[in-house]
Design a protein around this ligand. Sequence first.
Ligand code: 5RP
Length: 225
Amino acid sequence: MSDEAKQMAARAAVELVQEGMRLGIGTGSTAAHFIRLLAQRVNAGLSVTGVATSEQSAELCTRLGIPLTNLDETPTLDLAVDGADEFDGALNLIKGGGGALLREKIVAGAAKRFVVIADASKQVAVLGAFPLPVEIIPMARQPLSLRLAELGAVATLRQTADGEPFRSDENHWILDCAFGPTITDPPGLARTLSTLPGVVEHGLFCGMTERVLLGSDDQAIVITV
Ligand code: 5RP
C-alpha cells in the first residue's frame, strides 16, 4: 500500500483540527504523516496543544515544534487522531503494532472524538489476521499464554532485534496473539481479555472510533457506522 494513501488520510485528519484544540496524537507511520502535516499548520500560526501516545511521537512533535501537554494538565481532549492495524465494518480496531496500545487507548478514551487514519490494507471483514497485541506484566506470561491458547490464539512474546523482550513505554511486555481472522465478537473478546490477571491492556478498540478516514492515492473517504 502506498505511502500517498496514508498521507491522504492524514491530510483529511489535519483538516479537522481547529484553532485552540487539545489533541491526542497517535503513533505509527500514518500518525507520523499527521504530525508532519499538523506541524506545517502550527508553524504557520495555528495554536494547539497535543498529548502524544508514545515517546516516539512526542520526540517527533517536539522536533517539529508542536507544543505538548499531558493528561494531568489537560485531562479532556477535543480530538484524537491515530492509525490502526485493522478495522472492521463496525469500526472495531486492532491497534498496538507499534507497541503503544496502552497510551493510545488512554488518549483515545480521553478524547471527545477519536478519528482513525488508515489505508485500504487495514480494512477487513473480520478482525484477527493481524496478531492482536496484548500488553502484560512479565510474570504472567506463561499463565496468560495458556489462557490465550484456550481462547484460540497462539501467543508470541514480542522481541527486539537483539532477541530481548520488547518493552512498552510503560515498561510492560507484549504478547502478539495470532487468532487468525476469527474475531467475530470483538467486544466480547475485549471483555474477556480485560478480566485476565496480568493483562494490562489489549489492542481491541471497540465502540471508540467516530470515523475512519480511509486514504487512497488521490483522496480520502469517510467511513462511519
Ligand atoms: C501503534 C499503532 C499504530 O497506529 C498501528 O500500528 C498502525 O501503524 P501504521 O500507521 O504504521 O501502519 O497501533 O501502536
